[in-house]
Design a protein around this ligand. Structure first.
Ligand SMILES: Nc1ncnc2c1ncn2[C@@H]1O[C@H](COP(=O)(O)OP(=O)(O)OP(=O)(O)O)[C@@H](O)[C@H]1O
Ligand SMILES: [Mg+2]
Length: 237
């Protein structure tokens, strides 16, 4: 899965995101000040709280749209994805259904990936969140495996000999054939919950492509595997 970027579109989204965020921050701040007034009637307080929730949801959407475009200030460094996944275990546990089991298996000799830390972490997070969603109500098993890999054949980052594979497997219902062509499209979601934006996989595909990585998946009922392949620092080869 590769995303085509044009500098013009990226600039447009970055500019819009920046300006919209400024507007929404003002909005949020002023509604907060109004809510500090203890003499407001119940209806007004509820209405203002709804406006504030709407502004928060809009900020979240804008952040995600921003994550899809190429950032203007990427900070490349060695990132140990194993540490990150272990550190996130408590967060995954809060998102896990009561009957879902989550296993994390990190190879002892996992090399660091050459990446923008916050972006590459978001990409892994979105994939795990989808696996957690897929088993939330029914229960099930999820595994996150991190392994060293050699360069995949379809790699664009050909200067890198060492790679890392992040495989997230779940035994949820799987992705039906009729929606497979759409899951990476912006705003496509089959989820009923209000917080679902349908941008998770779009963001992930964008980030993986910015890192010269590869994103693959295969899915059938009871076995869905998303795999992110990310290159290490080029001179480590
Ligand atoms: N592991 C999975 N099992 C089953 N379906 C999946 C899985 N991962 C993704 N999907 C399908 O792909 C769709 C798009 O996923 P995506 O992450 O882009 O958005 P979302 O999860 O619906 O919303 P958000 O990421 O904002 O919470 C999902 O709505 C779901 O139908
Ligand atoms: Mg998602």
């Amino acid at each position: 899965m590769q995303i085509e970027h044009s500098e013009f579109q990226d600039q447009l989204v970055r500019g819009l995101a920046h300006r919209m965020n400024n507007i929404l921050t003002l909005f949020h701040g002023y509604v907060g000040l109004l809510l500090d007034n203890k003499n407001l009637d119940r209806g007004t307080v509820d209405g203002l709280a709804r406006i504030q929730d709407g502004a928060k949801a809009a900020c979240h959407l804008i952040d995600r749209a921003h994550a899809i475009v190429r950032p203007s200030n990427v900070v490349w460094r060695d990132v140990q994805l194993g540490d990150f996944v272990r550190m996130l275990r408590p967060t995954f546990d809060t998102l896990r259904g009561p009957r879902t089991r989550l296993d994390i298996d990190v190879d002892d000799n996992l090399p660091p990936v050459w990446a923008d830390a916050s972006r590459v972490k978001s990409a892994v997070f979105e994939i795990v969140r989808n696996a957690l969603d897929s088993t939330f109500h029914t229960g099930g098993n999820i595994s996150i495996e991190l392994r060293p890999e050699s360069a995949p054949e379809d790699a664009t980052a050909t200067a890198c000999a060492r790679w890392v594979s992040v495989r997230v497997t779940d035994d949820g219902p799987g992705i039906p054939d009729e929606i497979r062509g759409r899951i990476f499209q912006p705003f496509f979601s089959t989820k009923k919950k209000a917080a679902a934006t349908g941008l998770g996989l779009t963001v992930t595909a964008g980030i993986v492509s910015q890192h010269g990585g590869v994103l693959r998946y295969e899915s059938q009922p009871g076995n869905t595997v998303f795999q992110l392949l990310l290159p290490c620092r080029p001179d480590q080869g």
